[in-house]
Unconditional design. Structure first.
Length: 321
């Protein structure tokens, strides 16, 4: 694979989204230069689709139902909670849940099936177009998301995260990213084994992100062969797709999974183990990225294995929150 952010440069992953049936979709992200500057949004094959409004949608029948999540106001505010305790989320809250699919076959989600813990990344405002996907992980302050390192640049950021994004709307608000943390091995040389980034988001209306949308638990024990649920945002559409896949080892440090239609924009999509379709809960064991920044075809994706390095990076994000 050669990348799955909103656009693709040579050396990164590119993708062409066909926009039919179970459409093409690979990971999303911004390629980071040795100096840490972003060179491209999602590098999966979609250069022509970079930050374009969806010209086609991925169609697939979706018969399973899911409980609908409450839809808070999208009004913005940057007031910080008075303490980390005030920002802590109830991670067991029930949220909308994508249905399990036929193994390896993605479907386009209905609005009632979108997980609120998953959202799209934007370079600025919603009008700028989304280029990657990110997920909320449980943290002490409830303010951390995880994505692929090639989706963001280390340090301060002007990017925004929109959980539950759909058709140009932000049902849970637009959340400002304040800081991005990546491993030095990625920043200096784009080591695919470190294509993981955590980002801290600012509170909104005095609330933490996690308290509003819930979160996934983080597992850095190095999970390999397991069933995962993957939800992501192809940059050519404004509706997310989801797929149930069987992950396995691609190498000692990389995972792989077959799931159709993961094109540019899906980089950073979380791999959720122990997924419960009744309440949307689960454990995050990887993100689309790594080898070829996620893959150079829309049906096979990769992820760097979560181990001690990812745990250390998360701890840094906790300290920065």
């Amino acid at each position: 694979m050669s990348g799955r952010s909103g656009s693709r440069l040579s050396g990164i992953k590119a993708r062409v989204v066909t926009g039919i049936a179970l459409g093409a979709m690979l990971g999303g992200g911004a390629f980071v230069t040795a100096s840490g500057a972003a060179r491209a949004s999602d590098s999966r094959p979609q250069a022509a689709q970079d930050q374009a409004q969806p010209a086609a949608t991925v169609s697939a029948s979706n018969s399973a139902s899911a409980s609908a999540a409450p839809v808070p106001s999208a009004a913005a505010s940057s007031a910080k909670p008075t303490s980390k305790a005030a920002a802590k989320a109830t991670t067991a809250k029930s949220v909308s849940a994508p249905p399990r699919t036929s193994t390896g076959q993605s479907v386009t989600l209905a609005a009632s099936q979108q997980p609120s813990q998953v959202g799209a990344l934007f370079a600025g405002s919603i009008a700028d177009g989304h280029h990657c996907t990110a997920s909320v992980v449980d943290s002490s302050a409830g303010d951390i998301i995880v994505t692929a390192a090639h989706c963001l640049s280390s340090g301060t950021s002007t990017h925004t995260f929109v959980p539950g994004y759909r058709d140009g709307t932000a049902p849970y608000g637009v959340w400002q990213i304040s800081q991005v943390l990546e491993d030095d091995a990625w920043t200096s040389s784009q080591d695919p084994d470190h294509d993981v980034a955590f980002a801290v988001v600012e509170p909104l209306n005095g609330q933490s992100l996690e308290s509003v949308v819930g979160s996934y638990q983080l597992d850095t024990s190095g999970v390999t062969d397991t069933q995962v649920q993957i939800t992501g945002y192809p940059s050519a559409t404004d509706e997310p797709i989801s797929c149930t896949g069987s992950s396995g080892s691609f190498s000692s440090s990389q995972l792989t999974v077959y799931c159709t239609g993961y094109a540019g924009g899906t980089s950073g999509s979380g791999w959720i183990e122990d997924y419960d379709p009744t309440d949307g809960s689960g454990t995050l064991v990887g993100v689309i990225g790594g080898y070829q920044t996620g893959g150079n075809t829309e049906d096979v994706s990769y992820a760097a294995r979560f181990g001690d390095g990812v745990q250390a990076l998360f701890n840094q994000a906790e300290a920065a929150g």
